[in-house]
Design a binder for this molecule. Sequence first.
Ligand SMILES: NC(=O)c1ccc[n+]([C@@H]2O[C@H](COP(=O)([O-])OP(=O)(O)OC[C@H]3O[C@@H](n4cnc5c(N)ncnc54)[C@H](OP(=O)(O)O)[C@@H]3O)[C@@H](O)[C@H]2O)c1
Length: 239
Amino acid sequence: MTLHNQTAIITGAGKGIGKSTAIALAKEGVNLGLLARSRADLESLQRELTSTYGIQVHIATADISNRAEAELAVETLIKELGSVDILLNNAGTAQFGTLVDMDPAHWEQIIQTNLMGTYYVTRAALPTMLNQKSGSIINIASTAGERGFATGSAYCASKFAILGLTEALLQEVRKSNIRVTALTPSTVNTELSVNAGLPIGDEDRMMQPEDVAELILAALKLPQRVFLKTAGIWTTNPQ
Ligand SMILES: NC(=O)c1ccc[n+]([C@@H]2O[C@H](COP(=O)([O-])OP(=O)(O)OC[C@H]3O[C@@H](n4cnc5c(N)ncnc54)[C@H](OP(=O)(O)O)[C@@H]3O)[C@@H](O)[C@H]2O)c1
C-alpha cells in the first residue's frame, strides 16, 4: 500500500525513534505533523524534511502529559494537515529506581507522560479517524511492557498499560477500519536509553532508531484490511 500523500502525526518527533520515523515517512511522501516539547529540534527537522522531500511539515510544541496542551497541539496539527491517517504515539520518558527510593513525582511523571499522554493524544486524534473511517495508530510500548524487572516499576507499569490500551482500543475501532498496533522494542540506541543508564553493550550491534522506523513503515504498508497487533523487535546484542 502506498503511503504517498497520507498525513501522519508523530509525538516525540524531535529525537530518537520519532525523528527516524519522520524521516522514513517523509521519504514515502507523507505529510507530517511533528510534536515534542523542544521547538529547536522540531524546527531543524522541519527545515531538513521540507527542503529534501518537498512535503508539508507542521510542528507543534506541547508537553503531552498536560491534557490541554496535548489536545491543542493535536487539533492544530490536524487542522493544518487537513486529516490524520497515521498517529505514532512515540513520546515517552524513562527513569529507573526502586519503588521506595524513587521520588513519587518522578513515578507519577512517567505514568502521566507514557500512559496519560498517549491517551490524551489518541483521544484528540481519534474522532477525525472515526469520521474518515480509516486510520492507523501505532503505540510504542517496550519489552518492559511484557516483562517486569527490578527498578522498573513505573516504566513497566506505563508500558504494560500501553499494551492493555492498545488491545482494548483495537477491539473498539477495528470495525471503523482503524488499525491499532503496539510495538515492543528492546533497547534502542537513543538518548533515552543512554540517559536512563540502560546496559548498551557493543554499540555496533545495538538496534538503531532507523531499524524501528523500518518496522513501522512495514506495518503501515500492510493492506488496510490487515494489521499487526503487536510486534516485538529485539537486537542481536546480548543484554
Ligand atoms: N530507547 C529505547 O531503548 C526504547 C526501547 C523500547 C521502547 N522505547 C520507547 O520508544 C519511545 C521513544 O523513545 P526514544 O528512545 O526514541 O527516546 P528519545 O530519543 O529520548 O526521544 C523521545 C522524544 O519524546 C519527546 N518527549 C519526551 N517527553 C515528552 C513529553 N512529555 N511531551 C512531548 N514530547 C515528549 C522528546 O522531546 P522533548 O524532550 O523535546 O519533548 C523526544 O523528541 C518512548 O516511548 C520509549 O519509551 C525506547
